[in-house]
Ligand binder design. Sequence first.
Ligand code: NAP
Length: 200
Amino acid sequence: MSGKAFKLGIMGGTFNPIHQGHLVAAEFIRDEFNLDEVLFVPSGKPPHKDSNEIAPPEHRWMMTVLATASNEHFSVSSLEIERVGESYTRETILQLKKIYPENTECYFITGADAIAEISTWHKTEDLSQITKFIAASRPGYKLDIKSIDSRFQECTYLIEIPALTISSTEIRKRIKEKRTIKYLLPEAVEKYISKNKLYG
Ligand code: NAP
């Protein structure tokens, strides 16, 4: 197919819960990489994770919808939360490629700490051929491109996002300690957490 490629950012993460750091990162990267759309894909059953600390997928999906509703370039997919069994990024990208136009270029965006572990991911054989990666890091976290799996060095971009000083772990801890989380996440998400008694 000829013409300009459709540039799709795929924002993968547990979003447990989604916060302003994720939103600033997605918007900053959309602008920096000229992406046509950023699709948030909350993980269903994240590989390698103890699910006790993780809110049910339906709640994480709903919070992601609430958080992204006002940005015309953002959308949310329930593809991973509807999948039975473990969720692998390769499967997600292959499924999205069937839905989006043929000339779609994929940019998988996630935390730099997750990308640093990419050599431990399952089913990565042709992953570097079907997507590029954008590794978003918190200030102070330095990911050396040479330290990641050599197959992914050429297709990975590293980008530091100051707003990622906010973290889901810190938000969950503050909720447990009954401390304020105001302004760390969108108000609608804060209210949703309180109404559904999540993370308490
Ligand atoms: P995670 O443990 O939830 O997050 C790891 C780190 O990255 C945390 O510091 C997290 O901060 C940050 N982070 C997560 N998503 C982010 C995003 N979209 N933008 C910026 N920072 C982000 O990581 P995970 O959810 O397990 O994995 C990340 C993605 O990689 C998911 O889409 C997952 O499905 C995929 N993955 C795939 C495989 C596989 O295919 N085999 C294996 C592992 C991971 P916060 O806690 O503040 O979010």
